[in-house]
Design a protein. Structure first.
Length: 446
């Protein structure tokens, strides 16, 4: 078994060379051993290898004496919802999210009463990996069993009941990218008074149209073109396991998650004044500025959606989110649901009478790059080189480096899931942004 499949937040690798049925079986046994659990809820995505990995993982769990509740092909938020609704303590999702078709993996989830939180402690997944690789398991006195449970109607009823009175008369286009996004979005949106067009809704792990990867801007092209044809009010781009739904406004412009969270924050603070909101270090400065103007408290955090979920356990917290698109509400048990957040945004549009672009306009004061992903030979050395070059700026090291000069800042960090460094730059003036982008890229690539 390749120990490199155990990442910071999940287990992921190329099938079948890095992750396969033997690995999944051992991981199943190791998960039960480490967690000491007697039951695990398990869902899976649409990848061709997911049924075989599910069967092997389940066999390992059963052989270790724990039961499996099989909820079938679902979104990751539906797994977390099942835990919340039924009071389950542990779950797993067989998926590689937005990764290319040759990948697969799994996420192990625990219920932190009442917030469903992924096992974000890297040491926990490392320990599960160590147990799986060692493979020295004690036979259970009694094997577990697999029980099927259909949770689709419960999820649909919950979502529709939340938004049936506030979401109406909108034209929406959804792009599931042949992931599992339409598994939840199609029936829920059909239960609301909106006009919806679904692109690439059929689950197909070969991704015949484009990968469901919101990090690549070109993947939004089909959605933007269909929105123009439909004169749509809002577009939703789901990632592979649908825990993220990135928005596109009525002009065809991508609404990046930092400004989306900003719009939510102002609305939530109307109802919950003075509360805490946790935001990603890559966010535009405008988010913190506007939250504090509104009387809220904004706290910068390292990258990684599990940490934001954990922060929502704080008594005064109402909202958190990261730049990759994971947005979590206290009212929704801290689940990052790629359908729930867009429905909240639709509700905000309908309640205020504002277009999508108008809701995010207060947060578009500055100029930013998208997050630029670059393959480098040595990520640590690259980060150190940039740190030394800009040693006279204000340095923050909660995740990689963030260097702030007041009029502009840069963030450079290693990816937790891919062999990349990720760069974002923001400046108060467009010409300054262009200058610093060229300059920083030259340092990294030189």
């Amino acid at each position: 078994m390749n120990e490199k499949i155990f990442k910071a937040y999940d287990i992921r690798g190329v099938y079948p060379t890095e992750i396969n049925e033997d690995a999944a079986y051992a991981i199943g046994r190791a998960t039960v051993t480490f967690l000491g659990c007697d039951r695990i809820v398990v869902g899976r995505d649409m990848r061709a290898s997911s049924p075989a990995l599910f069967e092997a993982f389940s066999r390992g769990v059963n052989d270790q004496g724990a039961d499996i509740i099989d909820i079938g092909m679902v979104t990751l938020p539906m797994v977390s919802f099942t835990m919340m609704k039924n009071g389950e303590k542990f779950a797993a999702m067989i998926s590689a999210s937005h990764s290319p078709s040759e990948y697969n993996g799994m996420k192990i989830v625990k219920n932190c009463d009442p917030v469903a939180v992924q096992l974000s402690d890297e040491a926990a997944l490392t320990k599960i990996g160590e147990i799986a690789i060692k493979g020295e398991f004690q036979d259970a006195e009694k094997k577990g069993q697999v029980t099927q449970r259909d949770i689709h109607k419960d999820y649909q009823d919950y979502m529709i009941s939340r938004f049936k009175d506030t979401v109406k008369d909108l034209t929406i286009v959804c792009d599931a990218g042949n992931g599992v996004g339409a598994v939840s979005a199609e029936p829920v949106l059909a239960g609301l008074p909106v006009k919806v067009t679904h692109l690439f809704k059929e689950p197909d792990g070969s991704f015949p149209n484009h990968t469901p990867n919101p990090h690549e801007v070109e993947n939004f092209r089909d959605l933007q073109e269909e929105m123009a044809k439909q004169k749509a009010d809002l577009g939703i781009f789901f990632d592979g396991d649908a825990d993220r739904g990135v928005l596109v406004d009525e002009k065809g412009e991508i609404i990046f998650p930092d400004v989306e969270l900003g719009a939510f924050a102002l609305d939530e603070l109307e109802k919950n004044p003075g509360k805490n909101i946790y935001y990603d270090l890559r966010f535009t400065k405008a988010v913190k500025e506007e939250i504090e103007k509104k009387g809220g408290h904004a706290f910068m955090m390292r990258v990684g959606n599990p940490f934001y979920k954990e922060a929502l356990l704080a008594e005064e917290a109402i909202l958190s989110g990261e730049f990759s698109g994971h947005i979590m509400f206290k009212e929704n048990y801290g689940i990052d649901d790629g359908l729930y957040a867009p429905l909240k945004f639709m509700s905000l549009m309908c309640r205020t009478g504002k277009r999508a672009s108008e809701l995010v306009a207060p947060f578009q004061k500055y100029f930013q790059t998208e997050e630029i992903n670059m393959k480098v030979t040595d990520a640590d050395a690259t980060i150190e080189k940039v740190k030394n070059k800009y040693s006279d700026g204000k340095l923050v090291t909660i995740d990689g480096i963030l260097i702030d000069y007041g009029s502009w800042w840069l963030s450079l960090r290693k990816s937790n899931t891919e062999p990349l460094v990720r760069l974002r730059i923001e400046a108060k003036e467009k010409n300054l942004l262009d200058e610093k982008r060229k300059e920083v890229l030259a340092v990294i690539q030189g």
